[in-house]
Design a protein around this ligand. Structure first.
Ligand code: GLN
Length: 496
């Protein structure tokens, strides 16, 4: 038994089944671990599968259920964590060789909250090195493949979590989104990816890439699951100075309220942009028509500076990364070169051997743009663009409750297709980067297929207004009733 297994059901359905005694957390963990065994040699979504721990945690959740404890909706649900989130006592790599061997002495807040609520860790997922990339091909441990077509990429940098959720290797995944790394892989893998407001989920224990842009986000198969998972991990954390002050709320509460009366703005310049695949444009337009039929009032919106957000991002993110990654010096953490005459050589050789090409490219770009004489022209200018992008959103949100458009200009591309051309790769995030700049919440949901590959529909909301984003996403998801499954799973079903 494989396709149609427990591991293919949405988390909120599974939570109900566990409560009703129709399944146990142990059955579910077993189903997920079997699926990993069946498909992960082809997908390579995991860097580490924590099978034993998953079985133990599932058994412990079952004991608590049997004792009649009133556990939250995440209890017993198998979760995969992007390997940039620290897990106490469990190897964490950030997709890099430079951290090897690193066994964190502490848990990231997002995982600590899930663990306390009884969730089950199935493993740490593959990702681009230090979350820098859009295809997962920058992982030091080899790429992830997309379950919809094994010759294509799953997107990045949270490609492992997205592929795992799409293939039933986990029910839920956590990822991070600095320029699109939750929403873009969600789009390419046909799952739901939510990037909440900056500060909504604590960054404590998230291995930093660009701290002013880093967000933890969720990967799930339904919007309701995204709401339940967010409710479990959001809320103020004194360990993160940028954490929002409010406690978590129940983001699933207003999911069924529909879109009637909501004012939705279509970012027309994105749909018109060169390089947007016709199939992506068509599916997104169909989604917009559906929202209108469901009672939303739809009109054209504009984000005139969003185009510049991409260039500004590739100055600010590398600048922050050059500072954040300075700590990997061969002395304090992880990898150290075998032989060095002095500390300068030790530092140079360790970093030269330990970091991959993309990370080095970013460190050099960042160091350059921060250096005396260039700072104002590059970093300073980029910060001004950031302000313009924030203003664009503020102005648009005076007229609209939500903005919509594609998540990514294309569906999944072929492995190797963009590795030699960093600029083409960077363009994958042209529609996701702006909401990281402004810190506003945004979600990608699957809105159909183009040539057999999933297309993502992006819904962006006002600062701290995840509730409206989720509500509209849920309404569209119900109307679309997207039920296609990756061919890989259909094959398993056929042979089951
Ligand atoms: N693809 C973008 C980059 O390479 C975004 C990465 C991310 O969101 N972590 O930087």
């Amino acid at each position: 038994m494989s396709a149609g297994s427990l591991c293919d059901l949405p988390g909120h359905v599974l939570a109900g089944m566990i409560r009703a005694g129709e399944a146990t957390a142990s059955d579910l963990a077993g189903s997920v671990l079997r699926r990993i065994q069946e498909v992960d040699d082809r997908l390579h979504a995991f860097l580490l599968v924590t099978s034993e721990m998953a079985r133990e945690q599932a058994a412990a959740a079952d004991v608590r259920f049997r004792a009649g404890e009133d556990l939250p909706g995440v209890a017993g649900i198998p979760v995969a964590l992007k390997d940039v989130l620290t897990t106490r006592g469990i190897r964490t790599t950030a997709g890099s060789k430079i951290l090897e061997p690193y066994i964190p002495p502490y848990d990231s807040t997002a995982w600590a909250r899930l663990k306390a609520a009884g969730a089950v860790l199935v493993g740490k997922t593959n990702c681009d090195e230090f979350a820098m990339g859009s295809s997962n091909e920058n992982s030091a441990f080899g790429p992830v493949r997309n379950p919809w077509n094994l010759d294509t990429v799953p997107g990045g940098s949270s490609g492992g979590s997205a592929a795992a959720v799409a293939a039933g290797e986990a029910v839920w995944g956590l990822g991070t989104d600095t320029g699109g790394s939750v929403r873009q892989p969600a789009s390419l893998c046909g799952v739901v990816g939510l990037k909440p407001t900056y500060g909504r989920i604590s960054r404590y224990g998230l291995i930093a890439f660009a701290s002013s842009l880093d967000h933890v986000g969720t990967l799930t198969r339904t919007v309701r699951d995204a709401a339940v998972l967010l409710s479990a991990i959001a809320g103020h954390d004194p360990l993160d100075a940028t954490s929002l002050p409010e406690p978590a709320s129940d983001y699933a509460r207003a999911l069924d309220d529909g879109v009637r009366g909501l004012r939705i703005g279509v970012v027309e310049e994105w749909l018109a942009m060169d390089g947007v695949q016709p199939g992506v444009r068509d599916r997104v337009r169909e989604g917009i028509d559906r929202l209108e039929r469901l009672g939303a009032s739809v009109d054209s919106a504009t984000l005139p500076h969003a185009d510049y957000a991409l260039s500004a991002y590739y100055l600010i993110a590398p600048a922050e990364c050059s500072s954040n990654l300075a700590r990997y010096d061969g002395v304090r953490y992880g990898y150290r070169t075998q032989e060095a005459r002095d500390s300068v050589e030790l530092n140079k050789k360790t970093r030269g051997e330990g970091f991959g090409d993309e990370v080095k490219r970013r460190i050099m770009l960042g160091t350059y743009s921060l250096s005396a004489g260039y700072y104002d022209a590059y970093y300073g200018q980029a910060q001004k663009v950031r302000t313009l992008v924030i203003r664009d959103y503020q102005e648009a949100f005076e007229r609209f409750d939500l903005l919509v458009g594609p998540t990514s200009p294309t569906t999944a591309f072929r492995l190797g297709e963009k590795t030699e051309d960093p600029l083409a790769m960077y363009l994958s995030d042209v529609f996701t980067i702006p909401s990281d700049r402004s810190g506003t919440p945004a979600i990608s949901i699957p809105c159909g297929l183009s040539d057999g590959l999933p297309v993502g529909f992006q819904i962006m909301g006002k600062l701290t207004d995840e509730a409206t984003v989720l509500r509209a996403a849920h309404a569209l998801e119900q109307d679309l009733a997207f039920s296609a499954r990756p061919p890989l799973l259909e094959e398993l079903g056929a042979s089951a």
